[in-house]
Design a protein around this ligand. Structure first.
Ligand code: C2O
Ligand code: CU
Ligand code: CU
Length: 490
């Protein structure tokens, strides 16, 4: 599959990946004019060649294939960004399993602004194993790329992210505000991608029906998981099975983000999540008050509508039942890890200076973009056991309605498995209770949300490709500010 992708600065506030691709019928919602790039559809085994031209007048850029296991030169490492007028060829074989993936800019220090302005799109992989399962297809299989944005009075994108992130006041699905979808009375697969810079959603249905997850970052789960709500952090994907067959024609319902206890900004930082109200008084409570006025701000923990659905009178010709077995997932074992039961610890820390920017193990991303510490060198064809810890030692915010910031940690290369998630005894269990049932830790993942007080252990294999790889926070402002490190596989 040859896909030429051009990057264009359309006006001062918006960029776009433009390319010729073969479009499927399910792209109706995604192909309405928007700033997003085309939905790319690959099949496992495809040899892909993408000719990328940087047409931006004055910025370096590149493309990263989020969740795809590709050679170093095709991974979109910041060292491989190109300048205006240059061409970069991404060449790789699709070796990932079928699933919902994502592509976006990974420009050095400019990922947040470039993704915000539009340099992102959905990427869907199919394969034989998935095709053997009776799942919704064609117009019943819909990608939903969810992002928050703010607009000026003249409808230009406005960006005001800081060290803590960016929180816009409008929710867009596939680049559309006030997104609506008419459905038939049948079963759907909604492939939700959180393409937001920083906003963490707590997905739920307005009619309180449970959510049924059939897939996560790296494709189908072994079996469906049913939850009252699901947390979806930037970079994560969740595939939902939604059955409208029993609903009356004319039924309206909403996919929403439900209110939760929220995450506090870093101490001392002015944060736009709180509408500039600082950290006391009204800014702290959890009110359901999304604002749609330009310039108004919306807290990420506030309830907000994502997608409005209307059930039509037609019944799907092909009625499906939710399979109780979706795929085969071979569990990685700690005994297979190179480092056995002594994990490589990734501590989420904060810079000791006034910025208090979040970092890994107190170290920012190297200035030369390529250095690695001795403990960041990994043997090729090994499995590694990691433990990510997030303990800022308490921020003195007991009894307040917010937790310290949470970080979606993403690793490039092959997907990993989460082996354990634990929350410390002395943590804020009351606030944690508003989100803790929303984690789906099964299946293959490439991004995991780590909340303050948690320790998340994971196992990951490093095979097929040697060279430089990355892990970083997928809060894109955190990433740009140094919450990213290299790994060298050799
Ligand atoms: Cu989606 Cu390195 O990121
Ligand atoms: Cu990635
Ligand atoms: Cu972060």
């Amino acid at each position: 599959v040859d896909v030429p992708i051009f990057q264009k600065g359309r006006n001062t506030s918006c960029y776009k990946y433009v390319g010729e691709v073969i479009k499927g019928p399910a792209d109706t919602l995604i192909d309405m004019p928007s700033y997003l790039g085309p939905t790319l559809r690959f099949r496992k085994g495809d040899k892909v060649k993408i000719y990328f031209t940087n047409d931006l007048p004055s910025e370096q850029s590149n493309i990263h294939w989020h969740g795809l296991h590709v050679p170093e030169a095709a991974d979109g490492h910041p060292k491989d960004q190109i300048g205006h007028g240059d061409i970069y060829v991404y060449e790789f074989e699709v070796i990932n399993r079928a699933g919902t993936y994502f592509y976006h800019s990974h420009a050095h220090g400019a990922t947040a602004t470039q993704v915000y302005k539009g340099l992102a799109g959905a990427l869907i992989i199919s394969d034989d194993d998935e095709e053997a399962v009776d799942l919704p297809r064609g117009e019943y299989d819909i990608p939903l790329l969810i992002q928050d944005r703010s607009f000026t009075k003249t409808n230009k994108l406005s960006y005001f992210g800081g060290v803590d992130g960016f929180f816009g006041n409008r929710i867009l699905v596939n680049g559309k505000p006030n997104a609506k979808l008419s459905v038939n009375r049948g079963q759907y697969r909604f492939r939700c991608i959180n393409g937001s810079n920083s906003r963490i959603y707590k997905l739920g249905w307005s009619n309180k029906m449970p959510l049924v997850a059939i897939g996560v970052d790296g494709g189908l789960l072994a079996q469906p998981e049913t939850r009252p709500y699901i947390m979806l952090a930037p970079g994560e994907r969740i595939d939902l099975w939604v059955d409208f067959s029993h609903m009356k024609p004319g039924t309206e319902l909403l996919l929403r983000s439900l209110a939760y206890a929220g995450f506090m900004p870093h101490q001392g930082m002015q944060n736009n999540e709180h509408g500039g109200m600082g950290m006391s008084g009204k800014g702290m409570d959890i009110v359901d008050m999304p604002s749609k006025k330009p310039g108004h701000l919306m807290r990420q923990s506030a309830a907000v509508d994502i997608l409005k659905i209307k059930v039509g009178k037609n019944s799907a010709a092909n009625q499906l039942t939710l399979p109780n077995k979706l795929s085969e997932i071979e569990a990685l074992g700690i005994q297979d890890a190179d480092n056995g039961s002594t994990p490589r610890v990734i501590r989420i820390t904060q810079a000791m200076d006034a910025t208090m920017t979040p970092l890994f193990n107190d170290e920012p991303f190297p200035q030369d973009l390529v250095s690695v510490d001795p403990d960041e060198i990994i043997n090729i064809n090994s499995a590694q056991y990691f433990s990510i810890t997030h303990d800022h030692g308490g921020m003195g915010v007991q009894n307040m309605t917010m937790m310290s910031m949470a970080h979606p940690i993403h690793m490039h290369g092959s997907s990993f498995q989460i082996v354990k998630r634990s929350f410390k005894e002395s943590g804020d269990h009351r606030n944690y209770a508003t989100i803790k049932d929303g984690f789906i830790d099964a299946g293959w993942k490439d991004t995991v949300l780590v909340v303050e007080g948690e320790e998340v252990a994971l196992l990951k294999r490093f095979d097929t490709y040697s060279g430089l790889s990355l892990y970083h926070c997928h809060n894109l402002e955190h990433e740009d500010n140094g919450m990213m490190r290299n790994l060298l596989i050799r």
